[in-house]
Write a protein that binds this ligand. Structure first.
Ligand SMILES: C[S@@+](CC[C@H](N)C(=O)[O-])C[C@H]1O[C@@H](n2cnc3c(N)ncnc32)[C@H](O)[C@@H]1O
Length: 356
């Protein structure tokens, strides 16, 4: 099935029914697709004990969908559910930041709303820095102005949407320059046939609507996120009865960061620049991981491409890096990166089920 072909299946109604009626708690899930099976990082683990139990019992996320350095940011959590991530981010953004959670399913978002005052008290805030908006994601631009958000996140949600490209386009428009869409979702290593896409359980479990990785990367580039960076990737083990419905398809849960930065190029170009991590970032005093391919040790100068320079120097990461060099002299495609390396990674991904 081509990526643009539509089916008569109503994705929105199915997701509302699945997350409103079918599931009452995480244990009701029929697969591990919408489960966070990887280890939970310390900056999340430290906040979780304070989150209300009712919020946690209906958590259906598939990854760690946000980074630790959120202080002072205005964040939008798309498909926030009961608000588990929204509340962890409420702590991380602090008093000066704000988190907007948006979800269409009343049974989910009402739980989050109920605990606003309680959670504010737990974090020592006079008033809550979280609001919940009940609406469909496709309407997000009715609630938020262009260039107004520092970060958009979502955890295991984009796969459920019928038409993903216009949503990605809206996210790009709502982000301010230097902002990012940092999110976790389920992907497939091939385009799924129509009967898998329209199976209510497969769709509800975040498998049927999973994008083929290649289509996602092309879509992201088309809407302006021209250099998608993979942060994390794990292969999803399917139960035999589910695997029987999806054949040889390999599903992965992936966390990507998509920066909105003017001047990013669709390939990594070499301008002879060097970046050094100065330390002190909340993600790690001695090591900073920008993405799976860019891990910086404090004090060690690394050759970097022009796009990476922009990510490190034109965003909130700037205070933590020293960059030497400018964009005056071009030395060709960045060795070990750029389009050729990207293609190589894609083909490795097809063999291993995890292009990372
Ligand atoms: C797999 S759950 C994840 C919930 C939450 N992010 C979490 O980690 O617990 C998917 C959520 O997306 C919401 N959702 C799906 N499609 C939506 C849409 N078109 N507009 C708004 N919310 C949607 C559902 O209501 C559900 O709460």
């Amino acid at each position: 099935m081509s990526p643009t072909e539509k089916t008569a299946f109503d994705e929105r109604a199915n997701a509302r029914e699945y997350y409103g009626q079918e599931l009452a708690c995480t244990a009701d899930l029929k697969t591990t697709a919408c489960c966070t099976t990887e280890s939970i990082p310390d900056y999340v683990r430290a906040v979780l004990p304070g989150i209300h139990a009712e919020v946690l019992t209906r958590y259906y996320g598939c990854g760690t969908a946000f980074p630790p350095d959120l202080a002072g940011l205005r964040v939008l959590d798309l498909g926030c559910g009961t608000g588990r991530d929204s509340y962890v981010m409420s702590k991380l953004v602090g008093r000066d930041g704000f988190v907007h959670g948006l979800d269409m399913t009343p049974e989910q978002i009402d739980v989050g709303r109920r605990h606003r005052d309680h959670m504010a008290k737990v974090f020592g805030y006079e008033e809550s820095n979280v609001e919940f908006v009940e609406d469909v994601i496709e309407n997000m631009d009715r609630h938020f102005a262009a260039d107004s958000l520092d970060m958009v996140t979502s955890n295991c949600v984009i796969n459920l949407l019928a038409d993903k490209e216009p949503v990605l386009r809206q996210i790009h428009s709502l982000l301010r320059q230097g902002g990012e869409f940092y999110f976790s979702d389920v992907y497939a290593d091939r385009r799924l046939p129509a009967d898998a896409k329209t199976d209510p359980v497969l769709h509800g479990e975040c498998l049927g609507g999973a994008l083929y990785e290649g289509d996602f990367l092309r879509m992201a580039r088309r809407v302006g996120f021209v250099d998608p960076r993979l942060v994390n990737c794990r292969t999803i083990d399917l139960e035999p009865d589910v695997a029987a419905l999806t054949g040889n398809t390999v599903f992965t849960s992936r966390t990507y960061r998509l920066w909105k930065i003017e001047g990013l190029e669709d390939a990594c170009e070499d301008f002879g620049q060097v970046a050094t991590y100065k330390g002190g970032h909340p993600a790690g005093a001695d090591t900073y991981t920008l993405d799976r391919e860019h891990v910086f040790e404090r004090g060690r100068a690394e050759r970097v491409c022009g796009n990476t320079v922009r990510m490190l120097s034109e965003t909130r990461l700037a205070p933590f890096f020293t960059v030497h060099g400018d964009f005056q002299t071009h030395f060709g495609l960045f060795a070990g990166c750029g389009t050729e390396a990207f293609r190589r990674r894609e083909s490795v991904g097809e063999q291993s089920g995890c292009g990372c």
